[in-house]
Write a protein that binds this ligand. Structure first.
Ligand SMILES: [Zn+2]
Ligand SMILES: [Zn+2]
Length: 351
């Protein structure tokens, strides 16, 4: 009797298992291509997993080549890297470090190629990053003008548009929004007070102009008080992350710091004309603060937020309008801070 054909059977089973695995891989790869419409044009369909592998190998080679350059990058070397990065990201469009590190590597010599590399990332990578438009802006602002191929004004215009784009993406750090504001108000020049005034106008432009669900409601004209808007709107968390909220907070900080600086300079200044100039600067700074004033009380002189039961500003010593203490107890010489509408010591209702 012949032996049962064990080996052909095992081969058949292995082949079956492999075909199932391969089938899954193809389905996955297809799904990935359908998910991103730009991927339909992707040429390396037949290589499937292999192209990512080759991209990794090329990337390792590129890192080694980077070591050889040892900080002495020439334009020729940058050109070599730019081409290598292009081919790596052709093979694996999701190798994010190739965009991040790669663009940084060539930006100084070839800012236009660095920007083009990031434009590719923004077009075809599945996972988008705020850093891509942000760094595009950074290269356009800092490196592109040095090449002299494009006018400075055009470079800054490009950078401004990139920063604006980055300011709309989640997960971005605050300096992205700050860069957008700084560059958009560059015409104000170097004077910090003029800058602040220009930035106030810029931020006011970003102020949300309508409330969801408020359109068509009669008597809903004009803006509700700021605080009400932040709290009442659904998705308030998203609003907190908006460029408007972030830049508003920035200007509040900035105006407080500037007010204190100007007060210090005024105290030292003996020339009455210069003193007048400082005083009018201070008025501008206070007006910016007033525009975005947070809830709570602040010293009219230095804009410091003082607390309940304080009669003088702890920062600058100016008299402030006291609040949040029991008037009745104070008449007896006792300072009682209120935690509700009535005094918890004497029961008097607070004014
Ligand atoms: Zn003060
Ligand atoms: Zn009391």
């Amino acid at each position: 009797m012949k032996k049962f054909p064990v080996i052909p059977l095992i081969v058949a089973i292995v082949a079956l298992v492999l075909s199932v695995i391969a089938g899954r891989k193809v389905t996955e790869a297809r799904k990935e291509m359908i998910d991103n419409e730009n991927r339909i044009a992707w040429k390396h369909v037949s290589m499937l997993g292999m192209d990512k592998f080759i991209a990794d190998l090329k990337w390792v080679k590129l890192i080694q080549d980077m070591g050889k350059v040892k900080g002495k990058m020439t334009e020729n070397a940058a050109l070599y890297f730019a081409n290598a990065l292009d081919s790596i990201t052709d093979l694996d469009p999701d190798l994010t470090k190739a965009y991040d590190m790669g663009s940084l590597l060539i930006a100084n010599q070839l800012p236009d190629r660095a920007i083009a590399l990031l434009a590719k990332a923004r077009k075809i990578a599945l996972e988008q990053s705020w850093s891509w438009p942000y760094y595009s802006g950074f290269y356009a602002e800092r490196f592109l003008p040095r090449k002299g191929t494009v006018s400075d004004a055009e470079c800054f215009k490009q950078a401004q548009a990139f920063y604006e784009e980055a300011s709309k993406l989640s997960g971005r750090p605050c300096y992205v929004d700050h860069a957008w504001m700084r560059l958009s108000t560059r015409d104000a020049g170097d004077c910090p007070v003029k800058q602040l005034a220009a930035q106030k106008d810029f931020v006011l432009e970003l102020k949300p102009t309508y409330m969801e669900g408020m359109e068509g409601v009669e008597g809903a004209e004009g803006m509700p008080p700021e605080g009400a808007m932040m709290e009442d709107m659904e998705g308030g968390m998203e609003m907190e992350d908006s460029a408007y909220s972030r830049l508003k907070a920035r200007l509040l900080e900035r105006s407080q710091a500037l007010a204190i600086e100007l007060l210090d300079r005024m105290a030292e200044e003996s020339d009455p004309q210069k003193k007048d100039k400082l005083e009018s600067d201070l008025d501008i700074v206070r007006a910016v603060f007033e525009e975005f004033r947070p809830k709570g009380r602040v010293c009219q002189n230095c804009l410091f937020a003082y607390g309940a039961g304080q009669f003088f500003c702890p920062k600058c010593g100016e008299r402030v309008e006291a609040y949040g203490y029991c008037r009745e107890c104070w008449k007896q010489g006792k300072m009682v801070l209120l935690h509700g509408d009535f005094c918890h010591i004497c029961g008097a209702e607070s004014p």
